[in-house]
Ligand binder design. Structure first.
Ligand SMILES: Nc1ncnc2c1ncn2[C@@H]1O[C@H](COP(=O)(O)OP(=O)(O)O)[C@@H](O)[C@H]1O
Ligand SMILES: O=C(O)[C@H](O)[C@@H](O)[C@H](O)[C@H](O)COP(=O)(O)O
Length: 177
């Protein structure tokens, strides 16, 4: 999908790299922030210790538990609408994605799509992270489809990071830097 003609990179914007655990949100969002020279925001840094402990035990968050997390994220982003940011955030729930669209800054979602088998391997290889791969099934169960949302670019993310970045650049019609 190409939404480049609706996207003006000369004005402050928020790019939200989303998807289930292990799809590459942090990896791709960090690369984008470096290439675009804009702030990187990691949604995992906004979880309470209680939520992280809960997930580390193999228990999924409920929407009720996600609520303070979403509030903290939206509150952080709404403090500054003058500088662009790239956020790594799972964005599984449609009603939560809608909250970011009300920030008052153009907001584009990049949904990284990877199959469960590949994700399982990635998560098992990842070190120093609270999220176990046993939560993958519940991640897919919580994921509300993005296919009807016109500001979401769905990217097949089972490829090399540099190829994913190239696809995002094409979809958003970003200037090469
Ligand atoms: N495109 C990719 N191909 C292969 N491995 C990847 C890719 N993107 C990320 N990874 C690896 O998969 C693991 C999960 O990536 P991460 O960026 O932490 O995902 P997320 O933030 O979505 O949970 C990490 O070990 C990372 O190095
Ligand atoms: O890097 C990851 O594995 C995910 O980003 C993960 O840490 C995420 O924060 C949780 O999945 C909690 O949120 P959700 O249950 O809403 O995805």
């Amino acid at each position: 999908m190409t939404i480049g003609h609706n996207f003006d990179e000369s004005q402050p914007f928020v790019l939200i790299v989303m998807g289930v655990s292990g799809c590459g949100k942090t990896t791709i969002a960090k690369l984008l922030s470096e290439k675009l020279s804009i702030e990187f925001v990691e949604a995992d840094d906004f979880h309470s210790q209680q939520s992280k402990d809960h997930m580390a035990k193999g228990l999924p968050l409920t929407d009720e538990m996600r609520e303070p997390w979403i509030k903290a994220l939206v509150s952080y982003l709404s403090q500054d609408n003058k500088t662009s940011k790239v956020l790594a955030y799972s964005g599984l729930r449609k009603k939560h994605r809608a909250r970011f669209r009300r920030l008052g800054m153009p907001c584009i979602f990049i949904h990284l799509v990877v199959d469960q088998e590949e994700l399982q391997q990635r998560i098992n290889q990842r070190e120093n992270h609270f999220m176990p791969s046993s939560l993958l099934a519940s991640q897919f169960a919580a994921l509300d489809s993005t296919s009807t949302e016109t500001d979401v670019i769905e990217i097949d993310a089972a490829k090399l990071p540099q190829n994913i970045i190239a696809e995002i650049y094409t979809a958003l019609d970003l200037r090469p830097r």
